[in-house]
Design a protein around this ligand. Structure first.
Ligand code: AMP
Ligand code: MG
Length: 397
């Protein structure tokens, strides 16, 4: 059976970044730049004061004052003229330095006598000035292509006058739920029925990953009904279904996909949970058939769908980040399959500790809540002991 590594390679070879387009800066949160961005102007725009105080034209070691206060330069209200030796201008942080001034004396180091000011403490010539272009100059490279836009980057681009960025858009993700036993939240499940809880987990996770989830509804275990939902899902950039991909009599996802031009890349991977995961393309759009058991749905989302979403976004770092930590409990391996257990990674004293809930039934949601990582246990590892050093995959947004 295909290993996780090989299966993931198929995903990464198949999925291409979405076509980049322009986005207003405030709608670009989380997007990845498709082209480098250069500044439109110098920053600071002009020499200005780094302190509230007085701008002077003399060398502070040569003159202690009193200097005549000839005006003020406030942020947003520059001083109109120029100053010469013996003169000073009141100045606030960020206000343009008046022509002729070379040094700023902070309020704390000055004696303000309203019409005149004297220096009360030693000062350095040229101090407390932010020079034009000292942060960056017009035309300087601000951010490289491939940079993910977070608050720091968006703030920086705004100050460089960048109103729009060129980036792959947020992937739209259609989520199809399959199963005769499923009812929506708001209904009380009858005998044999359960809430379509995978939908709630996936909708939330897709949103956390910065994408746009679209709930397609519940399809009965019937190829025609599922095919109809797939047809509607084709408006999205990526399609996920849950349930119906295993080998049971009522698993109808394969039959539904057979009704259209589905290019299967793999079915079944040597992982636990999530063995029956199915992947391929529908009219060149990535399709993932995730197994229905909640822990399997959630794990295969992290292991396969999340990297695919990162690729659609045009990100450079596609696969989950790894950390090494020390186990706080004993855990069992998955035999011939690589096994993945929900766990909580925490920095304690001088290193990471990995706590693994005991109950990890693939049909259960309980172990997923509170998890911030997946513990990966290699094929053939029977058991890991308390204190063993282990590798975990981080669950990031
Ligand atoms: P399946 O993959 O269709 O064989 O389903 C495996 C298990 O997952 C069954 O117990 C299903 O009831 C359950 N299941 C399937 N879909 C969902 C869903 N959307 N939400 C919660 N559980 C589900
Ligand atoms: Mg089913």
């Amino acid at each position: 059976m295909l290993t996780y590594e090989k299966a993931l390679q198929h995903v990464l070879q198949t999925v291409e970044p979405l076509t980049p387009q322009k986005h207003p800066l405030l709608e670009a949160t989380g997007l990845t730049l498709a082209e480098a961005v250069s500044s439109r102007w110098d920053m600071p725009r002009c020499d200005n004061s780094a302190m509230d105080g007085f701008a002077i034209a003399d060398h502070p070691n040569e003159v202690k004052g009193p200097l005549e206060i000839v005006g003020a330069s406030y942020a947003g209200h520059p001083f109109a003229g120029a100053i010469t030796s013996g003169q000073a201008v009141r100045i606030t942080t960020g206000a343009p330095l008046p022509d002729g001034a070379n040094t700023v004396i902070p309020i704390e180091d000055a004696v303000d006598q309203k019409t005149h000011v004297s220096l009360s403490n030693p000062a350095l010539s040229g101090q407390h000035i932010r020079h034009q272009g000292e942060e960056f100059k017009a035309g300087d490279l601000m951010l490289e292509a491939g940079t993910q836009l977070r608050a720091g980057e968006i703030g920086l681009l705004s100050c460089a006058g960048i109103e729009q960025v060129f980036a792959c858009p947020k992937p739209r993700v259609a989520i199809i739920s399959s199963g005769d036993e499923l009812v929506e939240l708001g209904q009380t499940p009858g005998p044999g029925q359960i809430i379509n809880s995978n939908l709630y987990l996936l909708m939330t996770r897709v949103r956390e990953c910065g994408c746009l989830p679209i709930a397609m509804g519940i399809g009965q275990d019937d190829p025609k009904a599922l095919d109809n939902l797939i047809a509607e899902g084709m408006h999205a950039d990526l399609i996920i279904s849950t349930g119906g991909v295993s080998v049971g009599d009522r698993d109808q996802m394969h039959n539904a996909l057979a009704r259209r031009d589905f290019q299967q890349k793999f079915w079944k991977v040597a992982i636990k949970p999530g063995k029956p995961v199915l992947f391929g393309t529908l009219e060149d759009k990535p399709y993932f058939g995730l197994p229905g058991n909640p822990a399997a749905t959630a794990a295969t989302f992290e292991l396969f769908v999340k990297p695919a979403l990162n690729r659609l976004f045009g990100q450079k770092d596609i696969t989950p980040k790894k950390r090494t930590g020390v186990l706080t409990t004993e855990v069992k391996g998955g035999g011939k399959r690589q096994s993945f257990l929900w766990c909580h990674l925490e920095w304690v004293d001088e290193g990471y500790q990995v706590a693994v809930p005991k109950r990890q039934g693939s049909g259960q949601h309980m172990s997923i809540q509170g998890a911030n990582a997946l513990l990966s246990i290699p094929v053939g590892t029977e058991k890991l002991r308390l204190g063993d050093s282990v590798e975990v995959l981080l669950l990031e947004g």
